[in-house]
Design a protein around this ligand. Sequence first.
Ligand code: MV4
Length: 490
Amino acid sequence: MRIMRSCREIGISSVAVYSDADRKSMHVRYADEAIHIGSSPSNESYLIIDKIIDAAKSTKADAIHPGYGFLSENADFAERCQKEGIIFIGPSSYAINTMGDKITSRKTMIAAGVPVVPGTEEPINDENEAIETIKKIGLPVMIKASAGGGGKGMRRVLTDDEIIPSIRAARSEAMASFADDSVYIEKYIKSPHHIEFQILADKHGNTVHLFERECSIQRRHQKVVEETPSPILTPKVREEMGKAAVAAAKAVNYDGAGTIEFIVDDALNYYFLEMNTRLQVEHPITERVTGVDLVKQQIFVANGQALSFKQEDLKQNGHAIECRIYAEDPDNNFMPSPGEIKHITEPMGLGIRVDGYVHEGYEIPLFYDPMISKLITWGVDRPEAIRRMKRALYEYKITGIKTSIRFLEKIMETPNFIEGNYNTHFVDDNVDTLLEKEKCNDLSEDIAMITAFVAYNDNIIAAEGKQTKKCEKNEWKNIGRRKNLSNQIY
Ligand code: MV4
């Protein structure tokens, strides 16, 4: 849907592919043409290169946008598109391959002068050698799989006697997950921030960055909330990191949209972690503060056009936050909650963007990622973006399935979040209050058949005087006196 929305604006017709489970999905209805490519499991449909290529050929498609998941970071797929004369809307297979292997990407970054986490440049071959290396680096360290990602094949080592078991465990996990057991060592960065830089490059040697996204609010390596600008970066560090991100992209002759992930410690030391060679889920917050449509830019540069703007044309305007809305039950260990949406009311109005595709009567399939939409708010500054997010989450009503909406409201109310004082441990550190039953449980879930109007009934009842609902927040009276209320004109 995201891709086709941009295509429609620039007059490009689109072809959707779909599996059995997605037969009734919005993208099938929205596309100009749709091709069925197989049964519901993704390894029988969306992951089969031949089926995607056949669909492109039979509809005479000029280009393929691979989206964010599935084949989007598959070098063989990028290469196959090229061989078939179809434009792959993404970087070269060389860039995907180089960045896909951690040891290779670390070496490439070291050569390009981009800071990496102190550690080994070569894979661990010998366990005794590894012990010596770790003595030099100093405990604690991380053992990481070269082919790794999403925390798989990663082990933290705190004590000497954990070294060998951790190496072996990381190796066997990496072998099972990626069929590649190479591992390497990095110094352990305590309580890091995850801050990533958006980059965009054309095929004519122009590379720019579109500033950062703060993505430290994660749960089990899944992002939950992202925002930009990062509450912790200073203008000087931001500028340095932006330059490092551009250098990282140039080192692999990158073209297209990509993301350079850094971990940042409390002293604002930053280290390259990995590059994502695709458009990312959280791209809308960057679009909102820079005004750049990243999907259109991906299409333009894939078509060989030069970027129409320079680094100095780009500014961060105001503040944007994204909350990922998942069909998951926060009260039941975030179990996926597929099923039919009985009722949905989505937030609207100034400063709100909802990137979604679901509708009343739609059945969320159990086969794919349970994310059902992304809610993005913008404000002139961070406090306004947060208050707008709280308003939008309040308006968001979904019945029939469990969602993460109330959990996200709790995050917006957590003092450390409001203060911008958080790192990658935020969810674990605040799990008790974030999961408080009465707050997380959307009462409207219990009356799933009743419409959203009833969800607003609290206020009607209060207005009739049948129930008193104290409004603690007549904060408008304090505009101009309270620091965290936005009253300036942007
Ligand atoms: C680290 C780290 C601390 N020190 N590396 C997790 C996923 C993978 N992309 C990298 N990860 C980490 N690497 C060193 N040397 C801590 C993490 C980490 C993390 C990083 C980003 C966002 C969330 C995280 C949650 C736990 C651990």
